[in-house]
Design a protein around this ligand. Sequence first.
Ligand SMILES: Cc1cc2nc3c(=O)[nH]c(=O)nc-3n(C[C@H](O)[C@H](O)[C@H](O)COP(=O)(O)OP(=O)(O)OC[C@H]3O[C@@H](n4cnc5c(N)ncnc54)[C@H](O)[C@@H]3O)c2cc1C
Length: 391
Amino acid sequence: MAVPQRPVSICGAGPAGLAAAITVARAGGKAVLFERRSDVGGRFHGDFQGIENWTTSGDALEELASIGIEPSFPHTPIREGVFFDPGGREWRYRSPDPLFYIVRRGSAAGTLDQGLKEQALTAGVEIRFGESVSRLPEGGIVALGPRGADAIAVGYVFDTDMPDAVFGVLSDALAPKAYSYVIIHESRGTVAACFFEDFHREKIYLERTVEFFTRNAGLRMRNPRRFGGMGNFTYPRTARRGRILFAGEAAGFQDALWGFGMRYAMLSGHLAGRAFAEHREDDYDRLWKRRLGGRIRASLVNRYSYERLGDAGYALLMRRAAAGDDVRTWLRRHYAPSFWKTLAFPLARRAVRSSRKEAECLMEGCDCTWCRCQHEAARRRERLLEHAAKE
Ligand SMILES: Cc1cc2nc3c(=O)[nH]c(=O)nc-3n(C[C@H](O)[C@H](O)[C@H](O)COP(=O)(O)OP(=O)(O)OC[C@H]3O[C@@H](n4cnc5c(N)ncnc54)[C@H](O)[C@@H]3O)c2cc1C
């Protein structure tokens, strides 16, 4: 890779921003990472998340290693889980290869976030905590995470005497249009409801989720601490505004079906860093579309279809998934781009509305890191003042 001549400014030290900074620094460039909080992982609370391992036949951690991200953070492969359909019927899904890798998120030691930070510091990245950048006149990478809620997740992290296990349930009464889950690992647990509509009833869905898993999975929580968060999903026409490149959820990159965004965040961050390292900023849209575009488009079509299933459809889907002995292969087939998904994509894109549109702002000369758009607002103010002065 060529070496970037000027320092590359990167806003947001989540997985996307950290991956971008690691890539720039490993290529011999200077990466300056701005994080508005006092440490990495501040958006999360020690909850368990899964790095999905079903969208490609190869292994997700090997894919990360191939882009220079070492799996040095604690991670646990999961090959089996118990899932319930809306009627409470239990299905056990297995796969010979890991279905996903559990990681912890947050600022504490042992989280993915701290692991990536260590790698960034070792590579020579300068991280400026407590600094928020709103303009990037020289260009840079915007990896600020979500800016609107297309989905939310609410839950508890807790201590427990339960054995390690993963449980899930698909039911619109518990988590409309998505799912609820429990992950137990080494006497710590996460229970959450993740849903795509009816956000104001989050308390009710969380209560129902806890009650469901207490009854069906023997959920036992000690010292529960509440957490919550949101996610953005979209397929942007472009993730570039001049020399400003958007990565991770700031660009809307996510698995739109079930919200597994970490892999997309790290991959897109790496590609944005590579575009700068190789002086190919103009090429970024082509890079992410080639590497991630098919997967994200397929996930949007999946979301569109899933939202039409309802409880009866979820039950049927779960029965089908249980028919083989390798649910990972079944999932990969359903997540794969296909001819009919390409046909359905324009419809799905219109129908699955995202609250995040701003990265698509193509206003000439705009250098806002998060475009609401600050330039446009300033111009509107000027026009109003001119108008008022004339009157
Ligand atoms: C409850 C919950 C559960 C989830 N579970 C999973 C899961 O199981 N698997 C999975 O793959 N994904 C999961 N996700 C999604 C995943 O966490 C995100 O997709 C991923 O973290 C996105 O990474 P990012 O770097 O784009 O953004 P973020 O992780 O949000 O990082 C953005 C960073 O930018 C910083 N920032 C924001 N504004 C500014 C500013 N103006 N200046 C400087 N810094 C700023 C923030 O403080 C933050 O540190 C979950 C999300 C939530 C909320």
